[in-house]
Write a protein that binds this ligand. Structure first.
Ligand code: IPD
Ligand code: CA
Ligand code: CA
Length: 287
């Protein structure tokens, strides 16, 4: 499959667009958050919620990207999308960490990535630019292919990110859980076998920010089963452009089956650990 970047594509220009619209959506979800924010609907289970602001944030991103990049495709978590003609598609999570948003916990983000390939087909796409914005802390993580990853806070300086390296046994490990109770049962059994092998575990509640934390060293490693393209697209590039590795269990592109992130000195060990754990725990459907 050809996932090369067309010569007409400038990843740094796409990064600027990603940053601009992610900041705009971030302002929207903070400034227009209703006082009595409630659950507008549920998706895969009673705990998989959408607030009115998830849809409004996505609508803003769809409109603004349509104005700035009219020939590109658009693939977001909520309703509404667009097929493009340019070879670039935007993959967005309008609020990553919706449960944190609902509870007022300041660990949620707007995630915007430009990708080549087809983001609706597993393994057939990859990110070339992206931005992850936490509108409460003011953190803005950005990356462009072969141009590095950066972090800025509000209008402060943009600092280049470099993944630090910790051995697995001294690694702070992020992870997450899906919304389906059966998946969670399986994830809990896997976690019980991972936690003795690492420094500690964090379940912060935003996969996009977890991947950016690999880049800035506020997590050493991360794994999760069940991510969708919008959860991982921008954070994947931020982590790899900072020198990290983000793969599936076999070392290929990260997937819904498994996303594993870390540095050069711990990623292979986490992959090996998870391979052994999964062999012992067995497939998800048996739980
Ligand atoms: C979720 C968050 C969470 C992860 C879940 C995702 P949402 O996204 O990223 O950290 O564990 O797998 O679904 O629903 O808040 O956009
Ligand atoms: Ca998400
Ligand atoms: Ca979301």
């Amino acid at each position: 499959m050809d996932l090369s970047v067309p010569t007409t594509v400038d990843p740094s220009a796409l990064r600027e667009v990603a940053e601009q619209v992610a900041l705009e959506a971030g302002r929207l979800i903070v400034q227009e958050r209703p006082r009595d924010l409630g659950v507008a609907e549920t998706k895969t289970s009673a705990t998989d919620v959408v607030t009115v602001m998830d849809q409004r944030s996505q609508d803003l991103l769809l409109t603004r990207l349509g104005e700035l990049r009219p020939d590109d495709g658009f693939h977001g978590e909520e309703r509404g999308g667009r097929v493009g003609t340019s070879g670039i598609s935007w993959v967005v999570d309008p609020i990553d960490g919706t449960v944190n948003y609902l509870y007022g916990i300041p660990a949620y983000a707007v995630s915007v990535a430009a990708v080549v390939g087809d983001p609706t087909t597993p393994g057939a796409w990859r990110p070339v630019a992206g931005a992850v914005v936490n509108p409460v802390t003011g953190e803005c993580f950005t990356a462009a292919l072969d141009a590095g990853a950066h972090r800025a806070v509000d209008s402060g300086p943009r600092r280049a990110l470099r993944v630090p390296d910790a051995p697995l046994g001294l690694s702070l490990c992020g992870t997450g859980f899906g919304y389906d109770p059966d998946r969670r049962r399986w994830q809990g059994e896997v976690l019980a076998r991972v936690v003795p092998e690492v420094r500690d575990i964090r379940r912060i509640g935003s996969a996009a920010l977890d991947l950016c934390r690999i880049a800035d060293g506020s997590l050493d490693v991360y794994y999760e089963r069940g991510l969708n393209p919008w959860d991982m697209a921008a954070g994947w590039l931020v982590a790899t452009e900072a020198g990290g590795l983000v793969t599936d269990l076999e070392g290929g592109h990260p997937s819904t089956a498994m996303t594993i992130a870390g540095g050069p000195g711990n990623h292979a060990d986490l992959r090996a650990l998870l391979t052994g754990v999964l062999a012992r725990v067995g497939p998800e459907k048996d739980h």
